[in-house]
Design a protein around this ligand. Structure first.
Ligand SMILES: [Zn+2]
Length: 116
């Protein structure tokens, strides 16, 4: 399988790791759009939210718990942050492996809606 995120998890592609547990790996986005921009990905290769199965509930729950832990570790929990999961073409998903963006460190604009 030729998945860039699987290679990052395996250490075959270097990344600035922020957090890791049995279910989740997290690292700084190489093209940050906010002062804090971390990608939280499941260690299991799941292409998108559309591919989630009942048995993946623990993985998804741990992605949110990881987001909370990272937000506290990076000192942005109290002021707040945004979690974003893109799905498919219209959602703007670019890598076919579920990833949750953790965005914070500044007041973030909404920036949603159809492409103009
Ligand atoms: Zn993958």
């Amino acid at each position: 399988m030729d998945c860039i995120f699987d290679k990052i998890i395996a250490g075959e592609i270097p990344s600035k790791k922020v957090y890791e547990d049995n279910f989740v790996f997290a690292f700084y986005d190489i093209h940050p759009i906010a002062p804090v921009h971390v990608l939280i990905i499941p260690k299991k290769h799941i292409e998108s939210i559309n591919d989630l199965e009942e048995g993946d509930v623990e993985i998804v729950g741990n992605m949110f718990l990881a987001a909370k832990k990272i937000a506290f570790d990076l000192g942005i929990a109290e002021k707040g942050y945004k979690l974003l999961v893109r799905t498919g073409r219209d959602g703007g998903q670019e890598v076919p492996h579920i990833h949750m963006h953790l965005l914070g460190g500044a007041r973030l604009r909404e920036d949603i809606g159809p492409v103009k």
